[in-house]
Design a protein around this ligand. Structure first.
Ligand code: PLP
Length: 488
């Protein structure tokens, strides 16, 4: 047939569009992407995805290859994360958020079945748990109980968990590690206090569970996976350290009945029988095939080798930060994530604000991720930080990166951190929820120089200061307006 445009022309346009993106390979972007730095793996992943392109994961009986791929991935995750444990089953999902949502759905429905109640159970998380659990409570209508973490270690405290348990609690979440600070929650102690009350624990290993098994010192560390009694479910994303393209995660459960409560089936319509393990109906198999192919190629020894590269790079970056006056690594992270904050123990003129530091690093070509500071429910503060996600490719650029981080710190040392303009914050506090219309929000964004539809090319420090200072509902609504206008 005659095309309106030639494929070459269309693909050239795609290249042009992609040119505006942050660099996805080469180690200059320290979040979002997980680059193994191995070209053959990328090629294998695309070839495998191409073979799965026409499939529909909706019906594994029509396409048994889908069941076979998912069975292999669940089997691999079980052998790594539930070694020797009986009755562990699971599903492949589209990503970490879906795995977390489904773990909460299963827990909610298990709680309702066990208690005979139909009202809302409670989800207990630490303040550092991934936002996917806030979303889960929101979508699935659970009460959310957010516990403060230890402000020094950023770890959830088992005694706080024990005090938060009552008959309404359907699930407690522990992170291995947490995304913001890379802190490893004490899973076995948490599971112990929960088991005493009959409350299940979900281990959020979305980011960490595919590196910690191979991380140096793994054998000496206490168990944190499904081998710990009381851990009922565990999530692990293959589109992070499984080096698959986005769209694949694994969710494991102890016990078939708990797993089955994640499913949805209905025969109450005149169409085909709907029997879905996950949220979507028709769904892509491309990232699943790609993740499967990558895991087959690497095997445990390949993951171990790549994890070794990450660990060496992470250790080197930690040394750089430790040696940089005015900055410090938050807590004692275990795994590939680092959060960097101001060192408050040096005189003011020697301090480095982590967001100004990230902006200065960006000017040098390195994209770090600023994270806002937060006051916890017990009044303690989690400082503003800048986050680094270390991947295998980081090791190949770690010298260059370390030099840039030092230069960036030298550039902004002594410059005070950004603060939201006081008059703006005062005005924002007066905004009534019913006034948060699209038009008003766009006007408010314009007041602080964020023109509706504009991008984020400038410094991030001021924007983060706004997020820190605004009341949550206002900040959240403004964030939505900003991104929605950008997408428009
Ligand atoms: C990334 C992540 C998630 C959410 O995963 P998505 O794949 O982005 O949906 C959940 N928990 C942790 C700890 C994560 O790092």
């Amino acid at each position: 047939m005659d095309f309106e445009r030639t494929p070459a022309d269309i693909l050239a346009q795609l290249d042009e569009l992609r040119a505006a993106d942050a660099p996805t390979a080469g180690g200059h972007l320290l979040s979002y992407v997980y680059d193994p730095g191995v070209a053959e793996l990328d090629d294998l992943a695309s070839a495998a995805a191409r073979k799965a392109q026409p499939l529909n994961g909706l019906d594994p009986t029509t396409f048994p290859s889908v069941a076979a791929l998912e069975r292999d991935l669940v089997g691999l995750a079980r052998s790594v994360l539930a070694d020797g444990v009986d009755g562990v089953v699971g599903s492949v999902t589209s990503g970490g958020t879906e795995s977390c949502l489904l773990a909460v759905k299963s827990a909610r429905d298990s709680w309702r079945a066990a208690t005979g109640r139909e009202d809302r159970p409670t989800l207990v998380i630490g303040s550092t748990a991934h936002a996917a659990f806030i979303k889960a409570a929101h979508y699935l209508d659970l009460h959310l109980r957010v516990l403060p973490v230890d402000p020094d270690t950023c770890r959830l405290r088992p005694e706080d968990v024990a005090a938060a348990l009552d008959e309404t609690v359907a699930l407690v979440v522990a992170s291995t590690p947490s995304y913001p600070h890379g802190a490893l929650d004490p899973v076995s102690e948490i599971a112990e206090v929960c088991a005493a009350q009959g409350v299940p624990v979900h281990v959020d290993g979305c980011i960490g569970a595919w590196v910690l098994p191979w991380w140096p010192g793994a054998a000496e560390r206490p168990d944190w996976d499904l081998r710990v009694p009381g851990v009922a479910s565990l999530s692990v994303d293959l589109h992070k350290y499984g080096y698959a393209p986005k769209g694949v995660s694994v969710l494991l459960y102890r016990g078939r009945d708990r797993h089955r409560r994640q499913w949805f089936a209905t025969s109450a319509w005149p169409g085909y029988a709907v029997v879905n393990p996950t949220i979507l109906g028709s769904r892509t198999v491309m990232p699943i095939a790609a993740g499967w192919a990558v895991s087959q190629a690497l095997g445990r020894s390949g993951f171990e080798e790549l994890t070794g590269q990450i660990a060496r790079a992470a250790q080197q970056l930690r040394k750089v930060v430790d040696a940089t006056e005015g900055l410090r690594v938050v807590g004692d992270p275990v795994g590939p994530l680092l959060a960097v904050a101001t060192d408050p123990d040096v005189p003011e003129q020697c301090r480095v604000d982590p967001h100004r530091w990230a902006d200065a690093a960006k000017d040098l070509g390195w994209v770090l991720q600023p994270q806002p500071g937060r006051r916890q429910s017990d009044g303690t503060e989690l400082p503003r930080t800048t986050h680094l996600t270390v991947t295998p490719v980081t090791e190949s650029v770690v010298g260059e990166l370390g030099d840039a981080l030092v230069t960036a710190a030298d550039t902004v040392r002594g410059v005070p951190g950004a603060q939201a303009p006081a008059d703006f914050v005062a005005a924002a506090r007066q905004i009534r929820p019913e006034d948060l219309t699209s038009e008003n929000c766009a006007a408010v964004l314009g007041m602080v120089g964020l023109e509706p539809g504009g991008g984020l090319d400038g410094p991030m420090a001021e924007l983060l200061a706004l997020i820190e200072a605004l009341p949550e509902p206002v900040a959240e609504r403004l964030l939505i307006e900003f991104l929605a206008r950008f997408m428009e």
